[in-house]
Structure formats: C-alpha cells, structure tokens
Design a protein around this ligand. Structure first.
Ligand SMILES: CC(C)(COP(=O)(O)OP(=O)(O)OC[C@H]1O[C@@H](n2cnc3c(N)ncnc32)[C@H](O)[C@@H]1OP(=O)(O)O)[C@@H](O)C(=O)NCCC(=O)NCCS
Length: 224
C-alpha cells in the first residue's frame, strides 16, 4: 500500500451541494452494481446514485462527512459517513427529507414497500446484535468509498479510522455493515469483529438475495 500524493483527512462540517454531488458520483463509481444495488433500486441502474446521494443528504443533517483530499486541492479521493451517539441514519424526518423521501417517490410500488416494511424488518437482526440502543449510542459508518482510480493507497483505511478514533475518544464502539467476505477480511484487518449476518431478499418484483453482515470494533488494531 503506497500513497504517492500527500493527502489530508477533512471533516466537512457544512458540506456544500457541490461537495455532496462530487462524493455521490465517487460512491456511484466505487460501488459495484451488485445484488444489493439491484434489490434496493428494483433493478433500475439509473437510481443507483440516489442510494448514495440520500446518505450524504442525511449526513449533512445529522452525521459526519469525512473526505480524503490531496494536500494542494479540495478534490475528493475518498469519503466516509459516520453517525454518532444519539442518532442513526434516516432516524428523523429531517434526515429523510434530505433525499430518502425523494428516492422513494422514484421507486416502483413494490420496491418502495420493501424499503418501508420488509427491509427494516430484516435489519432488526442488527439492532439485536449491537444490544439495546447499541447502534444508537455508538459510532456507525454508513458509507465508506474510495475513487476506483485511487484505491489501494490507504485512503479507505483513513476513512474507517476517522470514526474509529472518534469512537475510542468517546469510549464507544465503532460499527458498520458490509456485504462481502473480502470486505469482512479488510475490516477484520482493521480491528473489527463480525457479530451477525443475514440473507436479505429484495422486493417481490426483484426477489434477488444479498448477504449482509454486521461488525463492531472496540479497539482498533495497533498496526493500522
Ligand atoms: C473498500 C474500499 C473503501 C477500500 O478503499 P481503499 O482506499 O482501497 O482501502 P485501503 O487502501 O485503505 O485498503 C486496501 C488495502 O488494504 C490491504 N488489505 C485489503 N484486505 C486486506 C486484508 N484482508 N488483510 C490485510 N490487508 C488487506 C491491501 O493492501 C489493500 O490494498 P490493495 O487493494 O492494493 O491490495 C474500496 O475498495 C471501495 O470503495 N470499494 C467499493 C465500495 C465499498 O464496498 N465500500 C465498503 C462498503 S462496506
């Protein structure tokens, strides 16, 4: 792992529309068109950027948006969204009004119903795994992504560490979900432990299945 260009981690206290657009486009390039994307959009690739845009919108309201940029410019090379104790993503109407509600309007009725009923039901396993209010009272990462052109340079690690460090300072744990064994291995290397897993089935019109797993980190590994 090497980083040719010196970079810095920035916490965007008040992300601009332009920064959110740039980060949304980055996430849409970084995340593959996989079973989860197919399920979440009702197999509509044009809706893929909305999955990320609504998360940045919610983070602007109530979360923390970290980015990696070169020392000499504000270009976004990687990004990480963390939600701290006292809130979780899409918990409030104000967060949902920043993109989620608009996304729902674009979906076919079955996929919309899946987001509102079946998906939240499937996610209850995570609430149980983190313990009562565990997700609410700790630091939770909802989106970590590095521009495909800049992967393998340690930037994703910086985005994970941003939240892990904050969790340690607060005496909290860091938590997140992921959907592949390769990513579980990467997060394990950074200090996370798998605590739950589930197969989630998409909407009735797109009944594709994807694997999801939840992890937590109580103490980052010394080597990262
Ligand atoms: C996951 C992701 C954020 C990683 O970003 P990144 O900037 O490449 O991450 P880093 O450079 O900090 O870490 C990757 C490096 O960690 C090391 N690494 C990866 N897995 C490892 C493991 N199991 N054990 C030890 N080291 C490992 C490797 O050196 C790897 O570099 P390489 O790809 O050149 O071999 C990026 O691949 C991405 O955006 N993926 C698509 C979006 C996504 O899936 N996000 C996570 C959702 S939960």
């Amino acid at each position: 792992m090497s980083s040719a260009t010196p970079v810095r981690v920035r916490l965007l206290e008040h992300p601009t529309d332009q920064e959110i657009e740039e980060a949304t486009a980055l996430a849409a390039r970084a995340f593959p068109w996989d079973n989860a994307s197919i399920a979440m959009t009702g197999n509509n690739p044009s809706l893929k950027p909305h999955i990320f845009g609504m998360q940045f919108g919610a983070a602007r309201v109530a979360g923390r948006m970290y980015v990696v940029s070169p020392q000499d410019s504000d270009k976004i090379l990687a990004t990480g969204l963390w939600f701290g104790p006292g809130t979780t993503m899409m918990r409030t109407e104000e967060q949902r009004a920043a993109g989620f509600n608009q996304f729902l309007e674009l979906l076919d009725p079955e996929t919309r119903n899946w987001w509102l009923k079946e998906y939240p039901e499937a996610l209850k396993i995570a609430d149980d795994a983190y313990g009562k209010d565990g997700m609410l009272n700790n630091w939770y990462a909802n989106l970590i992504a590095t521009d495909p052109e800049h992967q393998g340079k340690g930037y994703g690690t910086l985005m994970v560490q941003a939240g892990m460090k904050r969790a340690v300072e607060d005496g909290k744990f860091a938590a997140l979900a992921t959907i592949s064994q390769e990513l579980v291995d990467w997060y394990t290397h950074l200090g996370f432990t798998q605590i739950a897993e589930a197969w989630i089935t998409g909407p009735k019109t797109t009944p594709i299945r994807f694997w999801a797993t939840w992890l937590r980190c109580d103490k980052p590994k010394d080597h990262v």
